[in-house]
Structures are given as structure tokens and as C-alpha cells.
Design a protein. Structure first.
Length: 368
């Protein structure tokens, strides 16, 4: 953990079943991505930067110029921004562009944007010509610490979030922390839902670090941001290595997501993903408290931390029955049973298949 010495960049080796898979590189600026691409032997091919209408105007041309130094021909394709556009119709527009520009199997996609862009561009790469390589360049905090890592790609289908997708590992994740400075405060804050989650499920010291260094982090001091992103990437990379296709331990990363996804869907994505995860974490923590896994003080500390980082702990306009009904269609169901993630203690989570609808009902009263 950061102790005052400024480290300009960080690197995390991501493994899959203990075999090297790719690197996460955390840096300031885009310049260093050229060297990373060259290290991978990527030369003389076509690269398509897939971005969205929010991020593209700010960073796409800048990234294109850097990538052109590597001797590759670089294209830009922009999709409409927002979760509402994370669907198969938009994927088809990317397919069409790649076909029209004669992209072949050796060519690559570069996903430049937040979680929506990364998920959609990754899914496009996984399925175009039965799979081409891609690089993740996440620009939102949530994407940098969570969705860009681990090879989960996908799109929403009808009203169901991430229901269509594939596991497809990137060749590289390149994180430029400077992109965080152009995020709205609400979008920046949303990323802390996953970050706080990492501390709660795997590392109590990290949870305490987030509390102690709140002022430095919210001030976007580079050394603290780099260290925070690094620690979260380490946690997620370790879980992915142990369980790359979510057959076991990786389900721990769904802490707060079972009911959080239901809220997100019912709110028609008007709440950000991190905000919904925070609400879901309140519910899961409440059940953990009621089962006497964590104390009243622990539960209070979790809610205090979420409020400190700007999260709502209440939501209006929803009812318990609707949330429970939507949760029954969640992809985390197994043989009709909800796989719920609970806290055994702060920094230690477990997978539980015995959570009842009565327990969920009582927990939802905490946020409604």
C-alpha cells in the first residue's frame, strides 16, 4: 500500500489458471501505450478504436496519433454514449464498419471509453470473425478498476443487463489515470462502488486505506489514484486467475450486484452502476449483520463509507415485490437458487445459496 513514495506507473500481470495472460499498465498520459503495443509485436495491421460520443471527441484523435507511431493503420468508430446503447443493434453497426473497412482476423479493436464501450467492443471482438484480439483503454474509474479486467464482455438484451456475452481476454489493459479529470463528479464517484467492494470482500486494510486517504483520493492526487487503482486491479486479477470463467470464487465480485442489478434495471439505468452496487451492498451487509457475521458497528462503518464517497443509501420510486421479481431473472441464479454474496467479516466474503426471500425483503427495507 502507498506509503508516501511516488511511483509514476504500475503494472499488474493478469494470469488465467496461473498462466500469464496479459498486463494491466497504469500510467499518466497515452504516450506509453505505443511501447506496450510494440512489445506485443503488434505491427502492420489495422486497429479500430471503438469509442463513444462522450469520450471520442476528447481522446480518440490523441490516442490515434500515439498508436500510429507503432506502424499500424488506425481507424475510429464512434457509438452513441450510454447504457441504452449497449445492445446487439449497436454491435451490428460495429460489425458493418469492420466489414466495410476489410478488417481481417489478425486486425484488432481498441476499446476507448467506460464500461459500456469496453463491454460492447470486447463482445464485438469476441464474435467478429469468430474472435479477434482487442485492447482495453478504460477511461472511467469503474472501468479501470473493474469491467476492463478479466475478459467479461457482453451487451444488454431487452430489459436484462449483460445477458448476452462471452469471456474474451484482452491483449492489454492500458489505464491512463489522467482521463479521470474529465469525468463528472457523479461518474467519478460511481467507480468507488466497485473499489469499496474490493476492500470489503478481500482486503480490510484496503478498506481502511480508502477511509484514511479520502481527501487525497477525491483531490485526484496522482500518487494516491495510481496506488488505489493498482490495489483494486491486484484484487480483481487475483480472483480472475483463480476462477477465470466464474465457476466459483469469481462470484465474490458480485457482492452487492444481485439486488443492485435489479434496482439498476427498474430505474431504467437512470442510476449509475456503482450507485446501484452501493445500494446492493447495503442490503447484503444488512443480511450479513442479521446473521451475526458482521457487527452493528461494521454495518454502520460500511454505510458511513458509502455516504462519505457520495453514494445514495436510499432509493425512491421502487417496491420490494418488483425488485425481487427482477432478481429472479438475474444471470447469477443457479438451479433456481440465488447465489448471494455475504460478508463473513470485513475483508472476507462468502458465497451463500441459502438467503431467503424474507431476508432479501427485510434488507430492501433498508434502502427503500
Amino acid at each position: 500500500m502507498f506509503d508516501g513514495g511516488y511511483i509514476m506507473n504500475r503494472r499488474v500481470d493478469v494470469k488465467k489458471n496461473n498462466e500469464y495472460c496479459y498486463d494491466i499498465v497504469i500510467n499518466q498520459g497515452f504516450d506509453a501505450i505505443a511501447e506496450e503495443v510494440e512489445k506485443l509485436g503488434i505491427k502492420g495491421i489495422k486497429l479500430c478504436i471503438v469509442t463513444d460520443s462522450n469520450v471520442g471527441p476528447i481522446y480518440a484523435e490523441q490516442l490515434k496519433r500515439v498508436l500510429e507511431r507503432t506502424g499500424n493503420k488506425v481507424y475510429i468508430f464512434t457509438i452513441p454514449a450510454g447504457e441504452a446503447n449497449k445492445n446487439l443493434d449497436v454491435v451490428q453497426t460495429v460489425y458493418t464498419y469492420l466489414i466495410e473497412e476489410h478488417f481481417e482476423r489478425r486486425d484488432m479493436i481498441v476499446a476507448l471509453g467506460g464500461g459500456v464501450v469496453g463491454d460492447l467492443a470486447g463482445f464485438t471482438a469476441a464474435t467478429y470473425l469468430r474472435g479477434i484480439d482487442f485492447i482495453q483503454v478504460p477511461t472511467s474509474l469503474l472501468a479501470q478498476v473493474d469491467s476492463s479486467i478479466g475478459g467479461k464482455t457482453g451487451v444488454d438484451f431487452a430489459k436484462y443487463k449483460n445477458m448476452v456475452g462471452a469471456f474474451h481476454m484482452p491483449r492489454l489493459v492500458y489505464i491512463n489515470i489522467d482521463t479521470l479529470s474529465t469525468l463528472s463528479s457523479r461518474l467519478f464517484n460511481s467507480g468507488f462502488g466497485e473499489i469499496i467492494k474490493h476492500g470489503l470482500i478481500k482486503n480490510r486494510n484496503y478498506f481502511d486505506y480508502l477511509d484514511t486517504n479520502y481527501e487525497h483520493i477525491k483531490a485526484l492526487e496522482p500518487e494516491y489514484i495510481i496506488e488505489m487503482v493498482y490495489e483494486s486491479c491486484l484484487i480483481k486479477a487475483d480472483v480472475v486467475n483463480n476462477d477465470p470463467t466464474e465457476k466459483g470464487e469469481r462470484a465474490l465480485l458480485n457482492f452487492g450486484h444481485t439486488l443492485g442489478h435489479a434496482v439498476e434495471k427498474l430505474m431504467n439505468f437512470s442510476l449509475y452502476h456503482g450507485e446501484c452496487v452501493a445500494l446492493g451492498m447495503v442490503c447484503a451487509s444488512y443480511i450479513s449483520k442479521e446473521r451475526r457475521y458482521i457487527s452493528e458497528d461494521d454495518y454502520a462503518a460500511i454505510k458511513k463509507m458509502l455516504k462519505k464517497y457520495g453514494f445514495p443509501t436510499k432509493v425512491e420510486g421502487l417496491d420490494i415485490f418488483s425488485i425481487l421479481e427482477v432478481s429472479k431473472s438475474d444471470k447469477k441464479m443457479e438451479n433456481g437458487v440465488v447465489k448471494f454474496i455475504l460478508l463473513k467479516q470485513l475483508g472476507d466474503a462468502i458465497i451463500d445459496k441459502t438467503v431467503t426471500y424474507d431476508e432479501m425483503t427485510q434488507s430492501l427495507k433498508e434502502i427503500l
